[in-house]
Structures are given as C-alpha cells and as structure tokens.
Design a protein. Structure first.
Length: 254
C-alpha cells in the first residue's frame, strides 16, 4: 500500500508542479481602490497558492507614492501579471518592465480599476521621472474608461448569448451582483470577446455594459482577461472568485 500512496503523492506533486506559475499581483491601497490589497492577499492565499502557484503581491506607494517596490525584480520572471491598481504613474524602469512582460506575450489579468491603472486625471500632476500610459485601457485591455453608472444598483450579471467558455466552468452568474458602480467600457476592441454583461436597474440611464471579456495583445499575442467586478462585496461572492480563478488558469494556457 505504501508504494501506491507514494506513487500517487509523486504524481500529484508532478501535476501540481507542471501547472504551477509565478504570479505577480500589483495592487494599491487607497479608499477608491476597493480594498484591493486585502482582497488580493485573500485571493492569493485561498485560491492561488493552494494550486501550487508562487504569488508575490507588490503593494504600491511604497516607499513613496507611485512606486511599487520590488516590481522590477518580481516581474522579470513572472508568468502572469494581475493588475488591481488605479491612477499610478510608474518610475520609468517599472513601466518598462510592465511593457516588456506584455510584449513578450506574457498574460495579464485586469481587475476593476485596472482600466485606469496608469491614466492621470486632468487635474493630476505627473512628477518628473514618472511615466503614464493613457492608452492602456484601449490598447491593452481592449475597452474604454468613460465613466460609471451609480443608479440601479446592484446591477445584474448574465452570460452573453451563445458564449461557451471554460472561464465560466462552475460559475453561476445568477448569484453574481455588481454592488458598486457599473463601469462604462464600450466600445470594446474588435478582437475582444465579451463574456458577461452587466445591466443596471431602475433609474439608470446607462445601457448594459460588458463586465468581463478576453482578447490578446501585441505581436506575441499576450492573453488578456479583464473584469470590472472586484469591489469588496463582489469578492465575497464565491462565483466571482471562481471566475477569477478560472481566468488565472485560462491566461496561463499556451
């Protein structure tokens, strides 16, 4: 019996190792970023590390605002970048490392505020030595950042007609509600594949908006998944966490 158990243990460890990845999460802790650091630490602990993934959560504004200490070293060997950060203007070397990751065809999973991750507001001052990426949402994620709907909440979430994808395996969208604003992201890029649609209720003036989609970026076809879900109330829903776990698996597939 012992040899059989040892063999099964070895096979399990081999399978786990073969699917294990080096994942870097960029998150920033501020009142308008939906408790991203806590939710990403919990996601890493409960969903990613048990799958054998090595996860590094790089928290922004350390040691000073806009600086993600340790990002360059961490991202150089990363298999996947998860981005949950807003309006941060990176030092040149850090931004170049993010670009290099994507240009190499390595995947990106963007959550909620990632659609304005590197975009300044008109009133913002970008200090010397910091870099912005105003086209990030349009060029990389494949969606827009034109505002949000705050009425008719929580909004409902449903599957786009005809969509069948492993991203929805084990996900019951009937359980999903969007408890914070519905992001206005249309139009999507021509090569984007919308998966989930969000519809605000009574009093809203915004038409239904995609809340999750996929696409590829760049000459090396980096896989990209984005969802505008991700508020603390959203992350307490098991089906939202399952969607994100599926997205991690999908982005890492070759």
């Amino acid at each position: 019996m012992k040899p059989i158990l040892l063999t099964l243990t070895w096979l399990f460890s081999l399978i786990t190792a073969s699917h294990a990845a080096n994942i870097v999460i960029m998150a920033v802790e501020e009142p308008d970023n939906y408790d991203a650091v806590n939710s990403m630490n919990a996601f890493a602990a409960n969903e990613l590390r048990p799958q054998g993934h090595q996860v590094t959560v790089v928290v922004g504004d350390k040691p000073v605002k806009h600086h993600f200490e340790g990002l360059v070293a961490a991202l150089k060997d990363a298999d996947l970048l998860i981005l949950f950060s807003r309006r941060r203007f990176l030092p040149k070397e850090q931004m170049e490392t993010v670009r290099a990751h994507l240009n190499a065809g390595k995947p990106l999973l963007g959550i909620r505020t990632a659609n304005h991750a590197f975009i300044p507001r008109p009133k913002d001052t970008v200090d010397a030595g910091l870099t912005i990426w105003p086209e990030f949402s349009h060029d990389v994620l494949g969606g827009e950042n034109t505002g949000y709907e705050t009425k008719g909440l929580p909004y409902t979430v449903s599957v786009i007609d005809g969509i069948k994808t492993p991203l929805l395996e084990g996900v019951n969208t009937a359980n999903i509600r969007g408890y914070q604003s519905l992001y206005k992201v249309l139009p999507l890029a021509a090569d984007a594949t919308p998966i989930l649609i969000g519809t605000a209720g009574a009093g809203a003036s915004t038409p239904p908006q995609p809340v999750a989609w996929t696409r590829s970026y760049g000459a090396n076809k980096a896989r990209v998944f984005y969802t505008s879900l991700g508020a603390p109330e959203d992350m307490r829903i098991a089906d939202v966490r399952r969607l994100l776990a599926n997205a991690v698996k999908w982005t890492l597939e070759k």
